[in-house]
Unconditional design. Structure first.
Ligand SMILES: [Zn+2]
Length: 75
């Protein structure tokens, strides 16, 4: 199933990160998905297929109107 993602979306993964957080912010979209842990700010890249398997749900869609995210970079 295709998951529609946007930069700045907050997602919940099935497995807890060692820091205790389940939530990640999407910072890069492409063949690999880049995301930053909301607990420890660690940045990781996952192939899209792996990401889709680990994804539990999208917690919060990025608010396209606000532009408030400091992580909302183009590159
Ligand atoms: Zn973490």
């Amino acid at each position: 199933m295709y998951v529609e993602l946007n930069l700045g979306d907050i997602v919940q993964m099935r497995k807890q990160h060692p820091c205790g957080s389940f939530e990640w912010e999407i910072v890069r979209l492409g063949t690999d998905i880049g995301m930053v842990c909301r607990g420890c700010q660690r940045r990781v890249l996952l192939p899209r297929g792996t990401f889709n398997k680990r994804l539990k749900k999208i917690v919060k869609k990025a608010d396209a109107g606000s532009g408030s995210s400091a992580l909302n970079r183009e590159h």
